[in-house]
Ligand binder design. Structure first.
Ligand code: FES
Length: 156
């Protein structure tokens, strides 16, 4: 796909239109999330459609989705065209499922924490926050919370 010179934006133009710092534009490029071309004077120019990609990156930030996961979904997008409605539909469905799983996990944690309100026992055997699923029981009887540094200092 050929991009005309009028479709190319400077790093400052991209930053201004996206409402982000120029350093963020360069960072996203360094992470492979957006791509630029070079002018004959070796200046970066970005196709106008990188603004759509940056929009998706900014949406991901709002959802707490790390750039590594943005990179995963971008692998399915060609660099030479604007992500379309169908692309965004697929990406947003993936992220919706992720947010739903996180919401359910937060609800489960909230329910467990509710049992701690007003308790304060921090019991290794009774508190599901301190010892979720009684995981320490699999290690056998006795103290299991010693840090390696503590054990070394006790032996010295
Ligand atoms: S602090 Fe007592 S159950 Fe969590």
């Amino acid at each position: 796909m050929t991009v005309s010179a009028t479709d190319l934006l400077s790093v400052g133009d991209v930053a201004r239109r996206a409402g982000i710092a120029t350093s963020a534009v360069r960072y996203y490029e360094a992470e492979g999330l957006i791509a630029s071309v070079r002018t004959s004077g070796n200046q970066r120019r970005y196709p106008r459609h990188v603004l759509r990609r940056i929009g998706i990156i900014l949406a991901a930030r709002r959802f707490g989705i790390p750039l590594s996961e943005v990179a995963e979904v971008f692998e399915c997008l060609p660099h030479d065209r604007m992500p379309g409605k169908r692309d965004w539909g697929r990406i947003s469905a993936t992220w919706h499922a992720r947010l739903e799983a996180r919401r359910l996990e937060l609800e489960r944690l909230e329910a467990e924490l509710t049992g701690c309100i007003g308790c304060g026992c921090l019991s290794l055997s009774a508190c599901r926050i301190v010892n979720p699923g009684d995981e320490l029981a699999a290690d056998g009887p006795g103290a299991r919370r010693l840090h390696p540094e503590d054990a070394e200092s006790e032996q010295a």
